[in-house]
Design a protein around this ligand. Sequence first.
Ligand code: ZN
Ligand code: ZN
Length: 309
Amino acid sequence: MPFELKHVNVYLLRDGDGFTLIDTGLRTDESRQTLNQKLTALKVPVDRINRILITHIHPDHFGLAAELRDGSGAELVIHRLEVSLMEPRYARAEDLVHDVAAWLSKNGVPPAEAEFVKSASMAAREFVSVVEPDTLLEGAERLPIDSSEMEVVWTPGHSPGHCCLYWPARGVLFSGDHLLPKISPNIGLHPQSGADPLDDYIASLERIRRLQVESVLPAHGDPFRDHRARIAVIVRHHEERKAALVELARDGAKSGWQLAAGLFQGIMQRNVFQQRLALQETLAHCQSLAVEGRLRKQVSRELVTWRAA
Ligand SMILES: [Zn+2]
Ligand SMILES: [Zn+2]
C-alpha cells in the first residue's frame, strides 16, 4: 500500500469446493496484481471464491470488494453498520466534507488549518468503489465453513461495524484491525463514529479476551499468539493516554485541537491526515473521560471544550 502502513493481509480459506476470502486490499493496480498472482500460484480461479467477508469498510480492507464480487459472483458479507458509512464516505464525500468542516471548527481547529484538514481523507475515495453487499451481519452469526463454523464477533471501536471472525475448531481469530501485533488501531471520535468509540473498543476487546484463541491472524503484521497479553498492553496504553489528557486539561477548559497538540506533539507537525487522526483519537479519549466523570465536557454552538473535573 502507498501508505505508512505498507501491507494489509487478506486471507483465503478453503471452504468445501470453493473458497472464502477475508478482506480484499486496496483498489490499486499493485494490490490487484498481488492478489491475482497469489490466486494463480494457488491455482484458485477467482470464480471459485464463493464468499467475501469484510471486517470493515476502510479502503485497505474493502477497496477491491466491488470488482472481486463482480468477477466471482461471490456473496459479499459485511456488518450492517458499515453499510451506512459507505455512501457518504465514498460516493457523496462533498457533503461529508461540509459536516467535517463544521465539526473541526467546533473542536477548535483554526480556519486556515481546517481548510486543509477537512479534505484529508478525500484521497481515500480513489482506493474504493461503492457496492451493495449481499448479506448483512449484526454479530453472533454462525457461518458454515469447510464442515465447521466460524462465528462473527461484532467488535465496534475502530469502526462502528467492525467484525472479527472466530473459528473455534481451528483456534483461530481473524482480528481485522481490532487487535494488531505492533500498533494500536486508530480509535477516533468523528461525525461518522459511534458516540463513545473508545469505550466501545475496550468492551469489544473484552469480548475477544474471553475467547479460546491459539493464533490471531491480524489484518496488518504477522500472526501472533497470546491475545490476552496483547489486549492487556493495549488497554494499558489507552489508560495512560487518558491520564495524560487529564493532566493537560488541569489548567482550564481546552478544545480538542489544543489537547491533541499537547498529546501528540510530534505528529501535529506532520501531514494533515495525521493531524486529523490525532484530533479524532484525542476526542475519543476525552469522551470516555467525560463519560467516566474525569473530564467536564462543555458544548456551545461554537465550541466543544474539556477540563479536568
Ligand atoms: Zn481500519
Ligand atoms: Zn487496516
